[in-house]
Design a protein around this ligand. Structure first.
Ligand code: FMN
Length: 197
């Protein structure tokens, strides 16, 4: 098997993929959420720590709970999305290291009583996993609308109370109404921002 993606797969994941603004009135089959998760979970994290935690909001009632935390510009976006994923990270991820990283279970100690290392590892790796999730959702045919315009503290209180989980970003999911997408912004060219030493 050739270990490269053909141009149509690259287009689906990258070159033609757009951030969704508003969505068509078309439901997302629940099994697609698991299909996307079952792809993204294989993306790499430090010490295989897998700190991401996800809550999928799939009903109007669940999305209503998010509304008070949203910046105004994101209210319509959330309302029109069939599913909104709350992407967070577990600050006690290290409790699972003996299982997830069995060849060095003692690494758990690196994080015990080390708030800086714990916070940095959880945020870095769950952000990576959130990005893998966007690509995985695209791979199963969904459009994504990531959002950071909301009050993280309010979301943590509403959805993660009594846990060590903190929210990072939201990701609306569904089938984009492409007529409502913003114009595509440019990207830096390779020579503008990359160095080869
Ligand atoms: C982490 C993250 C947070 C974002 N937050 C918001 C947001 O709060 N509101 C919004 O309208 N767009 C938000 N966006 C969308 C970006 O503006 C959009 O992905 C970017 O302009 C690229 O668009 P394109 O994929 O269509 O080229 C966010 C994107 C990311 C990845």
């Amino acid at each position: 098997m050739d270990k490269i993606l053909d141009p149509s797969a690259r287009a689906l994941l990258f070159t033609e993929a757009r951030t969704a603004n508003l969505f068509l009135d078309k439901p997302v089959e629940p099994k697609l959420l698991q299909e996307a998760y079952d792809l993204m979970k294989w993306g790499p994290t430090s010490m295989n720590s897998c700190p991401v935690r996800i809550v999928f909001l799939t009903t109007d009632a669940a999305k209503e709970r998010l509304k008070p935390a949203l910046f105004d510009g994101n209210i319509a976006r959330v309302k029109s999305a069939p599913v909104v994923a709350v992407i967070g990270h577990d600050l006690e991820f290290f409790e699972h290291l003996p299982i997830l990283f069995p060849h060095a279970p003692e690494n758990k100690k690196i994080f015990e009583n080390n708030e800086y290392a714990t916070q940095a590892n959880a945020f870095r790796n769950a952000s990576l996993q959130g990005a893998y999730f966007i690509m995985a959702a695209r791979a199963v045919g969904l459009d994504c609308g990531p959002m950071s315009g909301f009050d993280n503290g309010a979301v943590d209180k509403e959805f993660f109370g009594g846990t060590h989980i903190k929210s990072n970003f939201l990701c609306s999911l569904g089938y984009a109404d492409e007529s409502q997408n913003f114009p595509r912004g440019p990207r830096f060219e390779y020579n503008e921002i990359c160095q080869v030493l």
